[in-house]
Design a protein around this ligand. Structure first.
Ligand code: DO4
Ligand code: MG
Length: 294
């Protein structure tokens, strides 16, 4: 089962539902944010009694309201190695990999997230760009892990490599954050040992692929969530991407029209074509699905 946001094909009305065996059934809530204001036990009860079938659901990005997407970095050995190769300041990546405090950074507001099938972007001012295939935790406002998503943390290696202080520019720009369409509830899958696979195709030919497992993640999920919630409130919950365990060699860079596919066992698949520049995202607008909280 997956929690989904959708738009009805006929009248375009947005809704929230559960998807099982390809069939979407509606839930009596206005947003995914509303679900993330519930404790996991209450969420489970709510999902157990869905309503009518939605015949013509077009799936949307699985986040809305004030839910923020954050990401962890250098949580796998491969990521530590890759940063040390690309960076003018290799030492800091080795230190953060060993440190008690993880690297966490803001990645996206909900309204900027793209979903399966939509384009992801490389920046027009970057020359070395990669997808980062990651398992993302969906965390409710109480700091409980409620489910999982597939995340592509698109990144400019050129910009981050030039100076680590450029990290926000390397990581946060139009089309940089893609999430799979459905949230897999936490009680249905063990996120700690899942196969993660990535494939980039160019003109139909695979130009980079790789596999890893979430078992190689250096830090427990609970530790990452604990640091995120230490000094801030997330009234509509948060998505916390857990970092990449897959990075290509330095001679690989994404190109426009490449297609990136990320699959995580039991969670879902995320496929996005690559475009260059912010022009492709002018239709994105904040606030449309943001509702007032009680
Ligand atoms: O330190 C830069 C970011 C690392 C990252 O995004 C990752 O390891 O996934
Ligand atoms: Mg990453």
């Amino acid at each position: 089962m997956h929690i989904v946001r959708y738009r009805r094909g006929q009248d375009g009305t947005p809704g929230v539902g559960v998807r099982d065996d390809g069939v979407v059934r509606e839930l009596p809530v206005p947003s995914v944010a509303a679900l993330l204001r519930e404790r996991v036990a209450d969420l489970r009860a709510l999902l157990g009694a869905p309503g009518d079938v939605v015949e013509d659901a077009r799936l949307l990005a699985p986040v809305d309201g004030a839910t923020e997407v954050w990401a962890a970095g250098v949580t796998y050995l491969r990521s530590r190695e890759a940063r040390m190769e690309e960076s003018s300041e290799a030492d800091i990546y080795g230190r953060v990999y060993e440190a008690a405090r993880p690297e966490l950074f803001f990645k996206s507001a909900a309204w900027r997230v793209v979903v399966d099938g939509e384009p992801v972007a490389i920046r027009a001012d970057s020359g070395l760009d990669v997808p980062e295939p990651e398992l993302a935790l969906v965390v409710n406002r109480f700091g409980e892990i409620a489910g999982y998503l597939v995340c592509n943390d698109m990144s400019s290696r050129a910009i981050e490599g030039e100076n680590p202080l450029y990290l926000p520019q390397a990581k946060v720009y139009a089309g940089a954050c893609a999430l799979s369409a459905g949230i897999r509830p936490v009680w249905e899958v063990n996120g700690a040992d899942l196969a993660v696979a990535v494939r980039v195709t160019r003109d139909g030919v695979a130009v980079w692929s790789g596999t890893t497992s979430t078992a190689r993640l250096k830090r427990p999920f609970a530790e990452l969530v604990d640091y995120l919630f230490r000094a801030d409130h997330f009234p509509d919950g948060a998505v916390l991407s857990t970092g990449t365990g897959l990075a290509p060699a330095m001679d690989f860079t994404l190109q426009p029209a490449d297609v990136v596919t990320i699959a995580i066992d039991g969670i879902g698949e995320l496929t996005n074509p690559v475009v260059v520049g912010k022009e492709h995202f002018e239709h994105q607008r904040p606030g449309i699905e943001v509702e007032s909280r009680p």
